[in-house]
Ligand binder design. Structure first.
Ligand SMILES: Nc1ncnc2c1ncn2[C@@H]1O[C@H](COP(=O)(O)OP(=O)(O)OP(=O)(O)O)[C@@H](O)[C@H]1O
Ligand SMILES: [Mg+2]
Length: 273
């Protein structure tokens, strides 16, 4: 059995034990139960495959993987910066395309969930090129925020539990043509507010496109407490970095992850704050 497979089995067993203990408390249905919404929903559970995780470089689940340690370091720095501030909504963005933003978002969310002190919600708000569901292998026709924004499904119907204790995922679903308008809508702003306030001890990681690629991540940055930028070594240009640094509210930038750096092996990541 591969290391990721073993780690996944372990995470599932822990999650099951805790869910049984807490009953509904562990699911996204808790709040709606309290305010007596008439429908009953149970968070969808979708089993994720260790082979798919491994192939997509989602390694934070495996305690022994050298890169898992780097995500723990990133997690620790973020927690130090944000604990006690009520800053729990973190947007992962970057400069251009294909820098590793989604890979970092998913690994960071898993690493955060593995820390005992908080739960984590991972939200895909890249409505042009949704990929969180692909990285986790949740299936291509997954229901998600597209269905919520087009009023086909309630929020409670699109949460996914990927079988990792304390991690919930809100997939984007299929891509949207009017992504910027959806991101800029009052419904989107209200959704972020609702997610932020639902559980005080939960961190929410939003995977978004690069700031030089489209207006969506800049529009979205207004709703979050903090932004984490991902640059790719030998790929992201200085020009791109300068443009973005003049765009984003500096006080919100938590730091920059330098992904794929040759200084560190294997699959190196490097964080500068
Ligand atoms: N450190 C790394 N080492 C090797 N491959 C990597 C690394 N980081 C990312 N990749 C690969 O690069 C590709 C792009 O990664 P990812 O989708 O996470 O980037 P992205 O910035 O989210 O892209 P987009 O701008 O399209 O949303 C993927 O195939 C991913 O597996
Ligand atoms: Mg991406």
């Amino acid at each position: 059995m591969s290391k990721i497979k073993k780690a996944l089995e372990k995470a599932k067993i822990q999650g099951f034990a805790i869910d049984r203990q807490r009953g509904l408390q562990g699911s996204e249905t808790e709040k709606t139960e309290q305010v007596a919404v008439p429908k009953y929903f149970q968070t969808r559970v979708i089993e994720i495959s260790p082979e798919i995780l491994e192939k997509n470089k989602i390694v934070a689940i495996d305690e022994d993987h050298p890169v898992a340690d780097q995500f723990k370091l990133l997690r620790t720095k973020i927690l130090h910066r944000t604990r006690g501030t009520r800053h729990n909504t973190i947007q992962v963005s970057g400069f251009d395309s294909e820098e590793g933003k989604s890979m970092v978002s998913v690994n960071l969310a898993i690493s955060m969930a593995k820390d005992t002190r908080q739960t984590t919600l991972l939200v895909d708000i890249d409505f042009r090129k949704p990929s969180v569901h692909k990285l986790l292998g949740l299936g291509n026709n997954i229901k998600g925020l597209k269905d919520y924004f087009e009023n086909r499904l309630d929020l409670e119907e699109i949460f996914v539990s990927p079988g990792i204790d304390k991690l919930t995922v809100l997939p984007a679903g299929r891509k949207m043509l009017n992504a910027t308008e959806v991101i800029g809508s009052s419904k989107m702003e209200a959704l972020v507010k609702e997610l932020k306030e639902r559980y005080p001890d939960r961190y929410i990681i939003f995977d978004s496109p690069g700031l030089n690629t489209c207006p969506d991540p800049l529009v979205f940055s207004e709703y979050v407490d903090a932004i984490l930028l991902v640059a790719r070594s030998d790929f992201t240009s200085q020009e791109s970095i300068k443009t973005v640094m003049n765009l984003v509210p500096r006080d919100k930038v938590l730091g920059t992850v330098l992904n794929d750096s040759r200084w560190f092996e294997p699959m190196a990541y490097y964080y500068r704050y």
